[in-house]
Design a protein around this ligand. Structure first.
Ligand SMILES: [Zn+2]
Length: 178
């Protein structure tokens, strides 16, 4: 969800870090630690325009659902369909390894590693937006910021310390002007 953001504050530019298939490969590489290792390894720099489009669609759906979540509105049916369809791509099960192989071996129903990875992201979206932490999803309160975050403590208002600093600096300038 954070692959699109505003760079440069209130009058900044909208950045889309998922603009090309190579961007998607970079994302997989940068998040490999948080993803099933076997999928991340199989998805080695071969993302296509189709994969990119699917990930972008999931991102838009998750952003819309996060917006509805923070606004305490019901979830949009179309966005729910996109996420649920994605979640089904994450079907996997453990199998015993072959003799001499350390088991268990995880098998994935979806053979395309990018689509299986999309499934993993969709499942984490379901767990967030339908789980107990959904009440902690917040939109960043900094002007010009479009990010969502899960607040770890009650008073957190910003997605990152950077946004918090930006707001404090702006307030300081406002006070000096008045
Ligand atoms: Zn922010």
């Amino acid at each position: 969800m954070n692959t699109t953001f505003i760079q440069g504050g209130l009058r900044g530019d909208l950045v889309d870090a998922l603009s090309t298939p190579a961007d998607l490969d970079l994302w997989v590489e940068e998040h490999a630690e948080a993803l099933p290792r076997e999928l991340a390894e199989r998805a080695s720099a071969s993302a296509t325009a189709f994969h990119l489009e699917e990930f972008r669609r999931l991102r838009e759906a998750l952003r819309e659902l996060s917006r509805a979540c923070t606004a305490e509105e019901p979830y949009d049916e179309q966005a729910v369909t996109v996420v649920n369809r994605g979640a089904r791509l994450a079907v996997n099960w453990p199998e015993l390894g072959r003799p001499g192989e350390p088991g268990p071996v995880v098998r994935w129903a979806e053979t395309d590693p990018y689509l299986a990875l999309l499934g993993v992201v969709a499942v984490s979206g379901v767990e967030l937006l339908a789980g107990p932490h959904r009440h902690d999803v917040r939109a960043c309160a900094a002007p010009g910021c479009i990010l969502y975050f899960v607040r770890a403590h009650r008073r957190r208002e910003w997605c990152t310390p950077g946004c918090g600093n930006r707001v404090r600096v702006a307030r300081h300038h406002d006070r000096r002007r008045t």
